[in-house]
Ligand binder design. Structure first.
Ligand code: HXC
Ligand code: NAP
Length: 267
């Protein structure tokens, strides 16, 4: 489906995306690039992030890829400095780096729990905190990628649920502190998105995928373009009065079980 955003909707804007070598975040980067923005991308791996940037330039866009681990504040700061030097002050920041695996708490070391919290929550703090001095203010838009699991507990996801819940509150605190500077801070909570590493880990078999879809009100996975459009809406002038919000783009995921079984009346 074609995006509602025109090819010049973000012309002249600089967009910084953390965790952009694959999946939803790379999809968001492509959406902004198609709408005319210049992209600065980071992830841990130089080869993967350069390959991601190359997919944007091959499609006619402008993108630089930089290796930076979001757990390393100095590395994030250095990437932001280079992004501003080469592409100009930053209009939009997307914080979407994440790590995840299915594990019960008793199958998880303290370091396993800490690893996910460090990438997701501390990483989002680092990306947003380091970006503040490089933003095109007033008017900048910061977006963290959270998940329905921030508010709906899920088995074998204690680390990711806790980290995403922390992100939701960080979004609200920063929206209050940075609103007076003209910086809006919001989140997007994607439901299950097709062709992503996240769903490959959470629903690795066709049977699990079918069960996931059957429980959703809209009965299907979303697409990376759905999330890109949500990010562009939140970063557009149409959302100029929207801050501190978590936009659910999740097919009804957060509502709970909408399967036919759930609707059966007790006999
Ligand atoms: C138990 C595990 C484990 C597993 C790793 N660990 N995998 N414990 N079960 N399946 C433990 C390790 O043993 C180690 O603890 C600690 O975690 C750190 O592991 P490392 O491999 O050293 O970490 P690192 O190299 O930093 O890699 C991070 C990672 C990895 C999260 C473990 O999977 C990764 O790089 N993921 C990035 C891609 C990804 O996950 N994408 C999906 C995002 S989707 P010890 O004690 O042995 O040292 C997503 C879905 C959202 O977030 C919906 C839900 C919120
Ligand atoms: P993905 O493709 O694995 O994306 C995760 C990205 O984070 C990768 O580009 C990875 O790149 C990067 N990354 C991991 N650790 C990093 C670190 N320490 N520093 C910098 N970058 C790091 O997974 P995805 O499924 O598309 O998920 C993207 C986002 O959407 C995540 O925030 C996830 O929680 C959220 N989400 C996904 C779903 C879904 O259905 N998939 C649903 C809800 C929420 P490198 O390996 O190159 O570092």
């Amino acid at each position: 489906m074609p995006s509602a955003f025109r090819p010049d909707a973000f012309a002249g804007k600089t967009v910084f995306v953390a965790g952009a070598s694959s999946g939803i975040n790379l999809g968001i980067a492509h959406g902004f690039a198609r709408a005319g923005a210049r992209l600065a991308l980071i992830s841990r791996t130089a080869e993967r992030i350069q390959a991601a940037a190359d997919t944007i330039t091959a499609a006619g866009g402008t993108a630089i890829g930089m290796a930076a681990d979001v757990r390393d504040y100095a590395a994030v700061e250095a990437a932001l400095v280079r992004a501003q030097d080469e592409l100009g002050p930053i209009d939009v920041v997307i914080s979407g780096a994440a790590g995840n695996f299915l594990a019960p708490v008793v199958g998880m070391s303290a370091n396993a729990f800490k690893t996910v919290v460090d990438i997701d929550l501390l990483g989002t703090f680092n990306v947003f905190r380091a970006s503040f001095d490089h933003l095109n203010k007033p008017g900048a838009s910061l977006i963290a990628i959270t998940a329905p699991q921030a508010v709906n507990a899920m088995m074998f996801q204690a680390h990711a649920c806790a980290a995403k819940a922390g992100i939701n509150m960080l979004i609200k605190c920063l929206a209050m502190e940075w609103g007076p500077a003209g910086v809006r801070v919001n989140g997007i909570s994607p439901g299950p998105i097709a062709d992503t590493e996240g769903m490959a880990r959470l629903a690795p078999t066709p049977e699990m995928e079918a069960r996931y879809k059957a429980r959703l009100a809209l009965r299907d996975y979303g697409t990376k373009d759905d999330i890109a459009d949500a990010a562009m809406y939140l970063s557009s002038d149409n959302a100029r009065y929207v801050t501190g919000t978590i936009l659910d783009c999740d097919g009804g995921s957060k509502l709970g079980d909408a399967s036919a079984d759930a609707l059966k009346k007790p006999q």
